[in-house]
Design a protein around this ligand. Sequence first.
Ligand SMILES: [Zn+2]
Length: 567
Amino acid sequence: MVIVLYTMLESIHTDRDEQKKLKEQWINQRLDSLEDSIQDLDKEIKYARQKQNEKLTSTQQSKLLFENLTEKTVSQLTDNKTQTILFKSNNSNNQCIWRTSSPMNTTFDTRQLYDSLPFDNPDGGVWIQGFDIQYNASQWTSNNKLKIILMPHSHCDPGWLATYEQYFFHVVRPIINVMLGKLSENSKYKFVWAEMSFLSLWWNHAKNDQRELLKKFLNNKQLEIVTGGWVMNDEANTHYFSMLDQLIEGHQFIENTFGNITVQSSWANDPFGYSPTMAYLLQGSGIHYMAIQRIHYHIKKALAKTKQLEFLWQQTWDRTVSTRIFTHILPFYGYDIPHTCGPDPKICCQFDFRRGVNSFTGCSWGINPVFINDSNTHERAELLLDQYRKKAQLYRTNVLFIPLGDDFRYRLKYEAKLQFDNYDKLFTYMNQRTDWNVQIQYGTLSDYFEQILQEKSLTEFPSYAGDFFTYADRADNYWSGYYTSRAFFKRMNRIAESYLRATEILFSLAHAQVLEGKIVSYFPKDDLFTKLIIARQNLGIFQHHDGITGTARDHVVDDFGQKYCKK
Ligand SMILES: [Zn+2]
């Protein structure tokens, strides 16, 4: 800014001597200022060195803190001043206070976890990345049942191995149609949908009776829109503007199409790490709950051990509690059925009934599913309930969340029938066994969170600040290459984003001028606005976690690029 002002000044000045004098004066001022800064920095370095000597003690303190967190609640920890270590800058103006730990009103900062964990990766048994889970069945009684919410879902990438349109016409449209049919069969069946890019395309191609059916299931809460973004966006490479823009685009579609639907919960099962910025935007958009999956396996294990997989996610800069959003972390390796019923994938896979058909992939753990019949119901239900009970040990309430789905599931009527028919039999048997003290039902993500809050209030959960990067799913397989891969497309995305933002601003200014009657000539508002929407949607789809990340196949990435460069 100073240089610009100076250049302006220089350009209008005619006296060369005066000009030279001014320039020398300015340079001298800058040199004085730089000298002051160097002196300040020198003081900072000396102070930092002094602090470094105390660092070991500080790290040990963090470790001790985490180990002691097990049973502590937020309110108990609010007074624990040892969590926050304030580092007062030695700057001459004494105005900056640098925070090196979590805000005083959170349980801890995720950085403290990273500092305190050994990352030693020992073999955890059937749950390789975890530990052996034991439980006492008497913890559940007739008045205190284990309440299980099973959430059917289908993870649909708007571009990955195939393009957005290829997926839509061959896979996604059939999925939505099949599930509408399934929900019509039984009012207890539930389903969730995340990607508005697909739902809007489905809507455009749907007949009126299909549209009415979808509206009906949204209104009676058999179908829930989760997150409601245009895509399930990546959270590492995306600029906050694009994160927000694609979220607005999705929510605008919901608002314009369904009107009375409010998005309550966010479902982000596949992005490769999670940013507090996204949590902040979700919370700011009125969403109360969120579920996430891909965080470092060692962090999961540590949080699972201390029953801290459910927490209030708070911004690092938040000194109040205004940014908190209730967050659930799935505990195991994946979001597929083998990794969501309990700790043992060899057993859970036997309850992914699609894998019991030869035309589909079987279980890689050696035992394929057997369908439920009168003679095996007891044994199968008991085996599955054991996994549910073990999983329940990792959480603080008696409400248990079990996602039931995988990538591009429920495409065929036959497949949906297999899953629902078999689970219906298991549900009926489990619910009839009063001595098992279990209540199992289909539910949406919000159904689960609402049940949770009937058992405990939000203040009974821990709260964290910080982020969940860098993600590793096994051993030392860190998912960091995608931060920089396909740099051309990442750069082009930023350029397109800046053009879009500039165009939006210009459009708004021009429109305001038209409204005030200052521009009398023809202004094609509707035409231009439609073009803006198309640009937002095309840029929005690239924010998908296989778009800007670069994890899609070459022809899909090219397709993304073609879309957002389209005039
Ligand atoms: Zn995905």
